[in-house]
Design a protein around this ligand. Structure first.
Ligand SMILES: Nc1ncnc2c1ncn2[C@@H]1O[C@H](COP(=O)(O)OP(=O)(O)OP(=O)(O)O)[C@@H](O)[C@H]1O
Length: 376
């Protein structure tokens, strides 16, 4: 097991940058996820780590060892791909044994190690089956067993659950997480599925167009996104137009107007003008009493739609000026049963739980954890 350091790694495809100056330090035993939309460079970074691609700039270290020039088969990496990549004409046992045979390991040792790996993924009883007679989830477990049987220093997984149906995906992701923790293998996992990333990872790097935007624990990424892209990509977020008024350097606060409400908010730096108020649907709430400021600032609005989703209800509300916000409430709140399109409500905007970005969404002006909100 190793830690992994990625320093200023850049990989071009012709003129285009697949990965642009990536810096990461992944700890021993960590479950680390590369997350981002299609084409953001996740696979490029993973393949560069594996040695399938040679970076044009920067360095990669496994532990203290620089692996820039080390070929794929000498990096001691276990890999699991989306399409399983198992051999259909070999049995389960033979598939898992394949990588060990290539390493000229003795027969008895191969038998022992393959069976141990198959025990880990709970497939030992199916050792003589052909993969074609097995389910997608089982085939992916064969691929996992094959990846771990070589006792890799590093486990790389590229969208390993994408070919599975939704229910199996949930089950397998819990299994992968559990197995990774038991074996304590440093793991780098690629997905475009933010919920999956939040559920399995110790830490996540969010990428956009080849550039790492943010690295953090799942809750940090969710609650304290560093820019509009991350806030938008992870979960659902409301972006409400806001206007920052006078900044008071002594108290490091400014007045902020959203629709017809003005509050005083702490800011990280002096700023005036247009801004973006970013808040999650579950951080907004509805109030029966109409409009106004007060200790809990509220904006008057009109319900547009109410969507029942089982344990929660999503309510979209049109605010003065025409913007629509999404509010999520527990179904058991009961009250939301009486909600219907056209009803006048007021929305509690909970400024203390918000993040405020500059007008371009590039910079945080107020973080989630900054308190000191006052009625203006
Ligand atoms: N072999 C290649 N030749 C040229 N361009 C490539 C190659 N591989 C990737 N790219 C480009 O590099 C960028 C990053 O691609 P990459 O496959 O790493 O993205 P990704 O985040 O893994 O996407 P996906 O989730 O769709 O697999 C994209 O713009 C892609 O078109």
């Amino acid at each position: 097991m190793q830690d992994v350091k990625i320093e200023q790694v850049t990989k071009y495809f012709g003129e285009a940058k697949g990965i642009d100056r990536a810096n990461l330090h992944i700890a021993k035993g960590e479950f680390f996820t590369l997350l981002g939309p299609s084409g953001c460079g996740k696979t490029t970074l993973l393949r560069t780590l594996a040695g399938f691609y040679q970076q044009e700039e920067g360095h990669i270290y496994f532990g203290d060892k620089n692996v820039d020039r080390v070929p794929v088969h000498k990096r001691n990496i276990g890999m699991v791909f989306q399409n399983y990549a198992i051999f259909p004409h070999l049995t389960v046992f033979e598939n898992v044994a394949y990588g060990l045979k290539a390493r000229s390991i003795g027969k008895a040792d191969i038998e022992k190690r393959v069976m141990e790996a198959l025990e880990v993924v709970e497939l030992a009883h199916l050792r003589d089956r052909q993969p074609s007679q097995m389910s997608g989830g089982q085939q992916q477990r064969i691929a996992l067993a094959r990846a771990i049987v070589i006792q890799p220093d590093l486990l790389l997984m590229d969208e390993p659950l994408s070919n599975l149906d939704a229910k199996l995906r949930l089950k397998m992701r819990a299994e992968i997480r559990d197995l990774q923790k038991r074996l304590n293998i440093t793991t780098i996992y690629v997905t475009h599925d933010q919920e999956e990333a939040l559920a399995v990872s110790d830490r996540i790097a969010v990428l956009e167009q080849g550039v790492i935007q943010q690295v953090g624990k799942p809750d940090e990424i969710y609650l304290s996104p560093v820019n509009r892209f991350v806030a938008n990509f992870i979960g659902t977020t409301n972006f409400i137009d806001a206007e920052i008024g006078r900044y008071d350097a002594a108290s490091r606060t400014a007045t902020m107007r959203i629709c017809d409400v003005t509050v005083t908010v702490p800011l990280l730096r002096a700023y005036e003008g247009k801004a973006i108020y970013s808040i999650r649907p579950e951080q907004l709430s509805l109030s029966d009493t109409a409009g106004g400021s007060g200790a809990e600032p509220r904006i008057a609005g009109t319900v547009e739609t109410v969507t029942f989703l089982g344990e929660k209800v999503e309510i979209s509300v049109r605010l003065p000026g025409g913007q629509t916000v999404l509010i999520s409430e527990r179904s058991s709140a009961g009250r939301n049963r009486q909600l219907a399109g056209g009803k006048h409500v007021s929305v509690r905007i909970h400024p203390e739980q918000s993040v405020i970005f500059d007008q371009h969404g590039k910079e945080v002006l107020k973080g989630y954890e900054q308190s000191g909100i006052a009625d203006a």
